[in-house]
Structure formats: C-alpha cells, structure tokens
Ligand binder design. Structure first.
Ligand SMILES: NC(=O)c1ccc[n+]([C@@H]2O[C@H](COP(=O)([O-])OP(=O)(O)OC[C@H]3O[C@@H](n4cnc5c(N)ncnc54)[C@H](OP(=O)(O)O)[C@@H]3O)[C@@H](O)[C@H]2O)c1
Length: 279
C-alpha cells in the first residue's frame, strides 16, 4: 500500500486566485506540488496538449481549475487517469447546474471527473470577494462607480482564502470520505452589491457609487469599455443566473470542511483597502 502523503499533487491554475493561495498551503503541509499554468513554475496550457504530459509528471492527484472552453477537459482528464492520476478536486461554481450561456467549462469539468473512474470531489463556491480587488470589478471601483444588473438580489460572496483552505483540506486528507461529494462554499451572509460597495467605500475612505443597470445597458457598457462580445454575453448570462437567486443563500460548506465559520466580507474589505486596492 502506498502512502498518499508522498504523492505529487498537480495544481492547475496555480497562478490564479485560488491556486496561488493553495500551493503554499499544500507545501506548508509537506506535500509535493507541481504548480502549473501558462506562466507557472510548471508550464501547462489547455490549448497546447503537448504541455500536458510533462505537467502531469508523476502526479496522483489533480486540482482542476477549469478553462472557460470545455473542449479540452475530457481529453486531459482521460490522459491524467491513464498516466496514474487517481483523484481530482474540481473548482466549479455555485449554481452551475442552472447556468445557461456561461459556466460551460465548470460543468464540463464536473462531468469529466464523474466519468473518469477516478475519485473526485467538487467545490462550488459563490462569487469571490477578491473579484473586487484582484479581478474585473477592481477597475470600476477605483474609478468610483460599479454598475451591474443584479436586480438587487443579494450574493453570499466567499473569500478566496476560505476556498483555498477548503481545497487544501480536501487535498491533504486521505480523500475517501470526500469521494463523490459536492461542497458549496459561501461567505457567512448574503449582501446586495450596493451594500458590498458601501462597505468597501467606507473601508477605502472614499465615495464609490453602485448603480443598478438593466441587462441591455450592462452589455452596452461592457462593449463600450472594449470587452469582446462573447465575454459581454457570458457576463450577462452570469447575472441572469444570479438574479434567479441560485447563489443568494449562505451555505455550510466552509464549516463542514474547515470546522469554523467563513471569513466575513467586512474583514476582506478592510484588508484589501489597507493594501490600497481602491485608492
Ligand atoms: N472568480 C469567481 O468568483 C469564481 C467563482 C466560482 C467559480 N469560478 C471558476 O473558477 C475558475 C477560475 O476562475 P478564477 O476567477 O479563479 O480565475 P483566475 O484567478 O483568473 O485564474 C485562472 C488561472 O488559470 C490559468 N489559465 C488561464 N488560461 C489558461 C490556459 N489556456 N491554460 C492553462 N492555464 C490557464 C491562469 O494562469 P496563466 O495565465 O499563467 O495561464 C490562472 O492561474 C473558472 O472556471 C471560474 O468560472 C470563479
């Protein structure tokens, strides 16, 4: 019998919001990690299958961060299993089962690992807090105005540090009790975007407005800002899902995996503001 603690873990998306937090957590736990992405320590590109075998190396476990395009996922999962991978932990997203017009990569990754014959666990987090300072909402917040078609529906934003810790807990565990499980991860409470922006504005010590848009006006603003049409359409589809309320109730995945409450949004906002995110 092999000791899984010595098995290599391939972390895809290792430079992304969850991956770059997960890699040091796994290494601190004594695990050997292959930190992979196009610009990562190990080169991995979904669009270049020649990079897959060298990235997989001798890994037994894969943390799978899906690309937007589901096309290559099945082939990568099959190749991984043929090469000795016995377990996947997939980063998916809350409400993916209702998504239409976006989220195809996440849905494809869930399907691919379910069909793989390997052990699998799926994480379905809410929208990340860190979208406000590390991703698409940073620029509008810095400009003093965030405008979205939220329908005033609240979102149970989750902190990426909680997502990374949950993934690490799964990946360092023997895994058997988590096989076939789907864990939804949220923050401790749901809050409307307007309230979230108010919290960030107070933390940053400057006025930032939130404006509710119609879906059509949102797409028009994205196109005017130079976003490609498919991106604008996909983001709009995300808000259709969002307005249906599928991601607006807090859930207990963080407590189940980490034995503690999720980090509050206010803590995140204070930390990001202190680091100069919105000044
Ligand atoms: N953001 C959210 O709120 C949220 C919530 C729930 C679920 N999700 C899902 O989580 C996944 C990742 O989203 P994220 O926001 O965490 O993204 P992110 O922070 O931008 O990270 C994406 C990672 O993928 C890598 N990558 C991009 N293109 C690649 C390619 N062609 N080949 C190999 N690696 C590639 C990037 O690194 P390189 O550039 O170095 O390749 C990066 O490490 C998506 O499927 C998303 O739908 C996101």
């Amino acid at each position: 019998m092999t000791d899984h603690k010595t098995d290599q873990i391939l972390v895809l998306g290792a430079t992304g919001k969850t991956g770059r937090r997960l890699v040091p957590l796994l290494r601190a736990a004594g695990r050997e990690v292959r930190a992979a992405s196009r610009s990562g320590e190990v080169t991995f590109d979904w669009g270049l299958p020649a990079t897959w075998a060298p990235a997989l190396g001798g890994a037994k476990t894969v943390y799978l961060v899906p690309p937007d395009d589901p096309g290559p996922i099945g082939a990568l999962v099959r190749q991984a299993v043929a090469g000795g991978v016995t377990r996947f932990v997939v980063l998916s997203g809350r409400g993916v089962q209702y998504a239409d017009g976006f989220g195809a990569g996440m849905a494809g990754a869930e399907l691919a690992v379910r069909d793989s014959g390997a052990a699998w666990t799926v994480l379905r987090p809410n929208n990340f807090n860190q979208n406000f300072d590390e991703d698409l909402w940073r620029r509008p917040l810095r400009s003093g105005r965030l405008a979205l078609p939220t329908g005033s529906v609240p979102e149970a934003f989750v902190d990426v540090d909680d997502v990374a810790e949950a993934a690490a807990a799964l990946l360092v565990s023997a895994g058997d009790e988590h096989h076939g499980q789907v864990y939804e991860l949220s923050g401790p409470r749901a809050l409307p975007f307007g309230e979230a922006v108010g919290i960030m504005a107070r933390a940053a010590g400057r006025p930032i407005a939130f404006e509710e848009l119609t879906p059509d006006a949102y797409v028009a603003e994205l196109l005017a800002a130079g976003e490609p049409k498919p991106v604008a359409v996909a983001l709009n589809a995300m808000f259709t899902l969002f307005r249906a309320g599928h991601t607006s109730t807090p859930v207990d995945g963080v407590r189940r995996l980490l034995g503690r409450e999720p980090r509050p949004f206010e803590e995140y906002a204070a930390r990001a503001a202190a680091a100069g995110a919105w000044s």
